[in-house]
Write a protein that binds this ligand. Structure first.
Ligand SMILES: NC(=O)c1ccc[n+]([C@@H]2O[C@H](COP(=O)([O-])OP(=O)(O)OC[C@H]3O[C@@H](n4cnc5c(N)ncnc54)[C@H](OP(=O)(O)O)[C@@H]3O)[C@@H](O)[C@H]2O)c1
Length: 332
């Protein structure tokens, strides 16, 4: 497993990280979750990503139990705040109150004294940015959080945050966590351009488009049993990708992967890592074999001809419009 700096910070992360959205505390039983985490550690993954909201806070608990006993200094634990964690009006967003309360819950569930990376899961238009950044900065001073990042923020929102941090001497954002894969490339212009100038690393999610880029979903066929598309929670998130047009283009990628000596999943993860702006690709898994397969994308160099073939095959299925980076207008 190769490691990369998280943006311009001194922190190193494994270029393939493990995340537990949809899976821990929900789609998979605890035993399978533990087996996936064990496989990730065994394969050299050191960076683990979760969020307070995943599985109604249960995902953090499962990950906390699975990582118990692992030398704390040998792993990086990343979580997030913003989406609702309760029914109350302050159980959401990026107010000082919710940040200060939610971090305590995350620390307790993850069984750790500090988080390596604490991320604003979306932009909160109902809280002054200064309030959020001061709360994050206080957590850094308290030693509860080592680095701060954001997720799915637009370039201008990141720019505003950097300006406030600079003028007030507050801790600076080191990372952004956007969706990025062969078919979803909306960060490539504005967000990456700004981030590279400012030293912000991208920890990207859904590198295999939730399983779609493995080729296991066939056009015109029912989704395979046990896959995310058949899961009660997961199906709502993956359904927009299950069009015959996209699925048949993905099938056409098979010979490209074969020629490169990779599985389709490995090709997809490796594709994200070709971009130097990417600090890590966060993979999800329901079975340890998936982790073992996908980590082999670490260190793979793809030939420029392979990249061109991928672009030609996926064609108009590729989404690039930066306007798709967005946060809810009002808090959920
Ligand atoms: N910041 C955000 O807003 C945000 C949003 C979403 C995700 N994330 C982060 O990104 C992480 C990864 O997201 P993701 O789970 O969508 O990533 P992904 O790696 O694109 O998809 C993972 C899913 O694909 C299937 N899969 C994985 N490897 C496979 C293989 N080799 N063969 C066949 N199927 C395979 C598995 O589902 P099945 O076996 O069920 O088919 C697995 O759970 C999350 O855990 C979370 O940490 C962040």
């Amino acid at each position: 497993m190769e490691h990369r700096h998280l943006g311009r910070s001194g922190l190193k992360v494994s270029e393939i990280a493990y995340g537990n959205w949809i899976t821990h505390g929900s789609q998979v039983e605890e035993e399978a979750a533990r087996a996936c985490v064990a496989a990730a550690l065994d394969e050299g993954i050191t960076t683990f990503d979760t969020a307070d909201v995943y599985a109604g806070t249960r995902a953090e608990e499962v990950l906390g139990r699975a990582l118990q006993g692992i030398r704390r200094e040998s792993i990086e634990i990343c979580t997030k705040v913003y989406w609702p964690t309760g029914d109350g009006q302050n159980d959401r967003g990026l107010s000082r109150k919710h940040i200060m309360e939610s971090v305590e819950g995350s620390l307790r569930r993850l069984r750790t004294d500090y988080l390596d990376l604490y991320q604003a899961h979306r932009y909160d238009s109902e809280t002054p940015l200064e309030e959020t950044l001061r709360a994050f900065d206080d957590l850094v001073r308290q030693g509860k959080v080592l680095y701060i990042g954001v997720s799915e923020w637009r370039a201008e929102q990141i720019t505003d945050a950097l300006a406030i941090a600079y003028h007030l001497g507050l801790d600076r954002i080191v990372s952004n966590q956007p969706q990025y894969n062969m078919i979803w490339r909306v960060i490539e212009t504005e967000v990456i351009e700004l981030s590279q100038k400012e030293g912000i690393g991208q920890i990207v999610w859904s590198p295999i488009a939730q399983g779609v880029l493995t080729g296991k979903y066939q056009p015109g066929a029912a989704p395979p049993a046990g896959s995310r598309a058949t899961d009660e929670q997961g199906s709502g998130f993956i359904s927009r990708l299950l069009t015959d047009e996209l699925l048949s283009r993905v099938q056409q990628l098979n010979p490209v992967a074969q020629q490169a000596g990779l599985s389709l999943a490995q090709l997809a993860v490796a594709w994200t890592l070709q971009n130097p702006a990417i600090s890590a690709a966060i993979i999800g898994a329901t079975r340890p074999e998936q982790v073992r397969e996908n980590v082999k994308a670490s260190g793979v160099q793809l030939d420029p001809a392979v990249l061109t073939k991928i672009d030609d095959i996926l064609g108009d299925q590729i989404v690039t419009d930066p306007a798709y980076t967005s946060s809810p207008r009002k808090r959920p």
